[in-house]
Write a protein that binds this ligand. Structure first.
Ligand code: 26V
Length: 826
């Protein structure tokens, strides 16, 4: 019934599809159908699918306007959407019609889908999480909109030089037009920077002068799975307020004439490619304010159209802050309420603290955002005054509860003393929000006991909670692994439209783990997914991957805390062990293919060295006749959402091996396990909850636990033990690298020194148990029957990790919003 309603008005037959396709070829693209290439076919198919989305989008917005439900807004500087066409086809239930339709016209749907460029407006997990949440918001029919920036350039393209260096190239993703966005040239707001702020006696301020920039809206349609609900992701583009300065132009100063237009355009020109390091760059601050100011203005304009007084804002609006990046929304809403809407401080503050919700995504100190006070004062003078006022009232309240506790005041202050003073954005976000949450149980506990401990003591624990992350099973199972999805549907005897929206139904697979014929089908699908990956590597890199081996995968941003270095040193250890074996001994070894992929922040020297080491180890061992039949290694360049969709279904084992307590959640761990890959990991982030769900016997855990980490780091500094004594296995591996076994010996010294010296991420403490865990993986893989049983049970128990569950937790326990299904017009 739900699907029937969703398809109302959609022409779900092949002749309608071909008709609409040909019509777009001729009228939208102004081309002829008989000499159309795959790119043109992609564009025509996209425009034709888009027609359906637009109808649904309009009905959805009309439904909200009529019913006026409370709405939630997800503010994120990153939305890592990937491709859209396949997802839209599956959500609309039109995949087969388009497959047949384009075939009749001489095209293959797979080739067409492959022409789409990823929308890569994000760095990694935080941005992909935002994309999954939008998918789930529409699929569960929640009135949920996203707000972000329309970067002209997404995350850089990664190239790997022959020596193994990462090179960055721009990602001009909008070059061949973007059929998925609707420019709203009439939806614009002016955003001010710099200038002067004057304080009036009544606490109000007047902010004038400076520079004004225009924000223009672009809307991206977010279809739900099998529903009419098609929510909106509104992305802002910056434009100069005046195209160019005619006076300068007439005076012959051509560069001066376009200067203001250059600086305005720069704001949304590029996504910052660092994650986990705060830089304090003026342009990044301008991005944050530009986006929060435009989004808030838009939200308030929509609210006011209902004719309700501003003090009812929290009854109709909830705003989720994705990390601290949108925290300026807090002083900005105070500014609007006080300076423009005539509210007194207390009433304004009570509105603000009931509208915002803050999600923390990391406890790593270097990732906690801080902005220099002089910079904020220069760019946003009025906001600095407001932040100081918030801080004053806040610290007065702390002082009342804990009299004469100067140290506590210094720890909790929104301002960190120093040269320069800095604004601590996590403190501002926590103080200004209704709820604060972490993204997995362990991480939320760490937030409460470490970075925000004083705030828990002061405000009470009930404000602080957990929402474990999730992933959308539509993209991360049905779309990326269609054969497995079909087998599940056939086995559960439940329509996929049902189990993809109620992922707990996967539990019905458990009994089939004991069914030999089912196991055979299950394993055959994994095998074909490995072949699909091998084909990708063959066609893109010209390299031949053997597919009769265990596929071992680590794909994520390069970072010391994620310990790709531990993995590559483990690979070298395996290589050295193989080299020392007799041919007889080697026969018992199961071949393994190790894959890495991931980008390093352009200025992250150690992460780039790790890539270089991986690439050079690969050249050596892949050509060594003694070992190449037992061990292969690949670094796949330019990791992306689309590459993940090929890699994840092909994995037998994936690695999630961060130092305990450092990976807030991880979400690729969920994707691998949902696709029947087993997990090798530390007791960290969501790995813990995955093990709870799938059973500890089905995961491979190793390494020290979170409570031990602090003490081990202390030991490294105050009671260092030489590496040869502490961990001879690791010492031997490092020795070989330093001796030049993989070329350019000296180059790796800075990387090796991170381990020899303070070893902050505890490689020397975890290496032996890591090698032991790899051995257990080998042993388990020998018994293929048992392995496949584990694989099936893993998938079967992953229901908890659907992002539908996560988004409904936010909706119910934080935002207080409800599904608002689109109703058929009477
Ligand atoms: C911080 C900064 C600092 C300024 C420069 C740009 C930038 C960009 C991002 C961040 C915050 C990074 C936090 C983050 O990405 N956390 C990841 O969030 C995932 C989703 O919750 C989670 O699965 C990962 O474990 C966590 O590392």
């Amino acid at each position: 019934k739900v699907w029937k309603e969703a398809l109302r008005g959609v022409d779900k037959d092949v002749p309608s599809v071909t008709k609409s396709f040909v019509n777009h070829v001729q009228t939208s693209l102004a081309r002829q159908a008989y000499n159309l290439d795959d790119l043109g076919a992609y564009q025509a198919a996209a425009l034709s699918v888009r027609d359906n989305l637009i109808v649904n989008w309009n009905e959805t917005q009309l439904n909200y306007t009529r019913k006026n439900p409370k709405r939630a807004y997800y503010l994120s500087l990153e939305f890592l959407m990937g491709r859209t066409l396949d997802n839209a086809l599956l959500n609309l239930g039109l995949k087969e019609e388009y497959r047949d339709g384009v075939k009749k016209l001489g095209f293959s749907i797979e080739d067409i889908l492959d022409k789409e460029r990823d929308a890569a407006l994000g760095n990694g997990g935080l941005g992909r999480l935002a994309a999954c949440y939008l998918d789930s918001g529409s699929s569960t029919e929640l009135p949920l909109w996203g707000y972000g920036l329309r970067y002209k350039y997404g995350i850089f393209q990664q190239l790997i030089s022959p020596e193994g260096n990462q090179l960055e190239a721009p990602d001009p993703w909008l070059e061949n037009q973007n059929p998925w966005e609707l420019p709203r040239l009439d939806v614009t707001y002016e955003v001010r920077f710099y200038g002067q702020s004057e304080r009036l006696a009544n606490g109000r301020g007047i902010w004038q002068g400076g520079q004004e920039v225009v924000a223009v809206a672009y809307d991206v349609m977010i279809p739900g799975y099998g529903t009419k609900t098609t929510n909106n992701l509104r992305l802002w583009e910056s434009r100069p307020k005046r195209g160019f300065d005619l006076n300068s132009f007439n005076a012959g100063n051509y560069e001066g004439a376009v200067e203001s237009s250059n600086t305005a355009d720069a704001i949304t020109s590029v996504l910052y490619p660092n994650d986990h390091t705060s830089f304090g760059k003026e342009l990044r601050l301008k991005q944050q304010y530009f986006w929060t100011a435009a989004s808030l203005a838009d939200i308030i304009r929509r609210f006011k159209q209902q004719g309700k007084p501003m003090n009812q804002l929290p009854d109709y609006v909830a705003i989720q802050l994705n990390d601290t990046h949108p925290t300026l929304a807090i002083p900005e809403l105070m500014r609007i309420l006080i300076d423009e809407e005539d509210f007194g401080w207390d009433q304004a503050w009570s509105i603000v603290t009931n509208v915002f919700f803050y999600t923390n995504h990391t406890v790593l100190p270097e990732a906690l955002e801080k902005w220099p006070v002089p910079l904020i004062e220069h760019v946003l003078p009025r906001h600095l005054q407001i932040i100081y006022d918030i801080n004053l009232f806040f610290l007065q309240a702390v002082e009342r509860k804990y009299p004469n506790d100067r140290e506590r005041l210094a720890r909790m202050s929104l301002i960190e003393e120093g040269f320069p003073k800095q604004v601590r954005m996590a403190h501002l976000a926590a103080v200004g929000s209704r709820k604060v949450n972490g993204v997995a149980e362990l991480h939320s506990d760490l937030v409460k006991t470490t970075i925000l401990k004083d705030f828990v003591d002061f405000e009470g624990v009930s404000k602080f909670s957990n929402v474990t992350n999730g992933i959308t099973p539509r993209r991360w199972l049905d779309q990326c692994n269609p054969e497995l999805s079909d087998l599940i549907t056939k086995t559960l005897k439940v329509e996929k439209t049902v189990w993809l929206k109620d992922l707990a139904k996967l539990k019905g697979l458990i009994p089939f783990a004991e069914d030999a014929a089912f196991r055979k089908e299950w394993a055959a699908i994994k095998q074909r997914n490995k072949e699909r990956l091998a084909h990708y590597v063959q066609t893109t890199l010209g390299l031949t991957v053997r597919t009769d081996a265990m596929f071992d995968v680590q794909i994520k941003r390069l970072h010391e805390y994620k310990r790709q270095t531990l993995n590559i040193l483990g690979v070298i250890h395996r290589y050295l062990t193989l080299k020392a074996m007799t041919p007889e001994e080697k026969k018992k070894v199961n071949p393994r293919v190790v894959f890495f992929a991931g980008k390093a922040a352009p200025a992250y020297y150690i992460a780039k060295l790790t890539i270089r080491l991986i690439v050079n180890v690969a050249s050596k061992i892949n050509t060594d006749p003694d070992t190449k039949d037992y061990l292969q290694l690949y670094f796949l360049p330019d990791y992306s959402v689309s590459l993940a969709e090929v890699l994840i279904p092909a994995s037998d084992i994936s690695q999630h091996i961060s130092t305990a307590g450092t990976e807030a959640s991880g979400t690729s761990n969920m994707k691998f396990c949902l696709n029947g890959g087993l997990l090798l990991g530390t007791v960290d982030g969501a790995n813990i909850e995955i093990a709870e769900e799938v059973g500890e016997s089905n995961v491979f855990f190793f390494g020290h636990l979170t409570p031990a980490v602090e003490d081990l780091r202390y030991q490294h500094i105050y009671h260092p033990v030489p590496l040869e004594e502490k961990c001879p296995g690791l010492a031997r591996v490092i020795e070989q690298v330093a001796a030049g076994l993989f070329g350019d010996a000296e180059i790796y010294e800075p990387l090796l020194n991170t381990i020899r010296q303070t070893d902050y991420y505890l490689l020397s403490d975890d290496f032996d148990s890591y090698i032991a865990a790899l051995g257990m993986v080998d042993e388990a893989y020998q018994d293929q029957d048992e392995w496949v049983k584990k694989s099936i049970k893993t998938t079967a128990n992953m229901g908890k990790f659907s992002s539908d569950r996560a988004i409904l937790e936010y909706a119910e326990s934080f935002w207080n919003i409800e599904p608002s299904p689109v109703e058929a017009p009477k």
